[in-house]
Design a protein around this ligand. Structure first.
Ligand code: BGC
Length: 270
C-alpha cells in the first residue's frame, strides 16, 4: 500500500469544468493533491489547461485535458465518454465553468443574456445529467460511501442581487435551486449534490474590480474578514465536499466569502 492510498480521494476520478484558470484550476490541483485523477475541461486557451495538467503530473498526480463547450450537449457527452474510456468511470463532478458578460439591463443584449445562462446554468444541468447517468450505470464503488458527488460552483450572487449583472445573478440563483432539486431527487441513490458560493476571489473574472488601490479598498469594504479570497480557499472546500468527510452533507450551499453575505453595511447601526 502506498502513501497515496491514504489520501481522501485516492483512486477517485473527477471532472472539473473550466479548469484551465482561476477557481477551476485550483480545484483541479486540490483534488489531484487529495489523490483524485482529474479531467481538466477547457474551451479556450489549451496551453493553460496543459499547464494545469503538467503541474499535477509534476506533483505525481494523474490528469488529462479535454476541450468541450459545456453549453453544448454533444460536447458534454463526448467529455463523459472520454473519461469513462480513459479511467472507467467518474466519481466527482465539479460544475465550475462560468463567465460574466456585464451590462446595465437597458443595454443588455439577448446574446449576453443567453451566453451567460447557457454556460453558467444550462452547462451545469448538462454535466450533472451526464454525471448522474454514469453514476447510476456503474453502480456503487468501494472508493466512497456515496455513489457520486456533484459540486456546483455558485456565487454570493445567488443571494446578493447585483446591479448591472442581471444575467449572472439570475444564472447563479438558478444554480442554487438546480442544485437543491437534484440533491432532493438523487439522495436516495446516494448521490450528493452541493454548491460552493465563492465571494470575491483573485481570479481573472474580477480583475477589473481589483485594478487600482481604490478599487481594492472598495472591494475590501464588502469583505468583513479583510482580505480578497484565494482560489485555494475554494479548492479546500471543494476537496471537503468531494470527500467522505462531508458524507452527511447534501443540498447545502457553502459560502466561502470572508463574510460577504453577512450584510457588512449593517455592522453599525440599522
Ligand atoms: C463574481 C466576481 C465578484 C464576486 C463578488 C463572483 O461571483 O464572479 O466578479 O467579484 O462574485 O462580488
Amino acid at each position: 500500500m502506498s502513501l497515496a492510498d491514504h489520501l481522501p480521494l485516492a483512486g477517485q476520478r473527477a471532472i472539473v469544468t473550466g479548469a484551465n484558470s482561476g477557481i477551476g484550476a485550483a480545484a483541479a490541483k486540490g483534488l489531484a493533491a487529495a489523490g483524485a485523477k482529474v479531467l481538466i475541461n477547457y474551451v479556450t486557451a489549451p496551453e493553460q489547461a496543459e499547464a494545469v495538467a503538467a503541474d499535477i503530473l509534476a506533483s505525481g498526480g494523474t490528469a488529462m485535458i479535454f476541450q468541450a463547450d459545456i453549453s453544448r450537449e454533444d460536447q458534454v457527452q463526448a467529455m463523459f465518454a472520454a473519461i469513462v474510456q480513459a479511467w472507467g468511470s467518474v466519481d466527482i463532478l465539479v460544475n465550475n465553468a462560468g463567465l460574466q458578460q456585464d451590462a446595465a439591463l437597458v443595454d443588455m443584449t439577448l446574446a449576453q443574456w443567453n451566453t451567460v445562462i447557457n454556460v453558467n446554468l444550462t452547462g451545469q444541468f448538462l454535466c450533472a445529467r451526464e454525471a448522474t447517468r454514469e453514476f447510476l450505470r456503474r453502480g456503487p464503488q468501494p472508493l466512497s460511501s456515496a455513489l457520486g458527488k456533484i459540486i456546483c460552483m455558485s456565487s454570493v450572487h445567488d443571494v446578493i442581487p447585483w446591479a448591472g449583472h442581471a444575467n449572472y445573478a439570475a444564472s447563479k440563483g438558478g444554480v442554487t435551486l438546480l442544485m437543491k432539486t437534484l440533491a432532493q431527487e438523487l439522495a436516495h441513490h446516494k448521490i450528493r449534490v452541493n454548491s460552493i458560493a465563492p465571494g470575491a476571489i483573485k481570479t481573472p473574472i474580477n480583475l477589473e474590480a481589483r485594478d487600482t488601490p481604490e478599487e481594492v479598498e472598495a472591494l475590501l469594504a464588502l469583505i468583513p474578514y479583510g482580505r480578497v479570497g484565494e482560489p485555494e480557499d475554494i479548492a479546500k472546500a471543494t476537496v471537503w465536499l468531494a470527500s467522505d468527510q462531508s458524507d452527511y452533507v447534501t443540498g447545502a450551499t457553502l459560502y466561502v466569502d470572508g463574510g460577504m453575505t453577512l450584510y457588512p453595511g449593517f455592522d453599525k447601526g440599522g
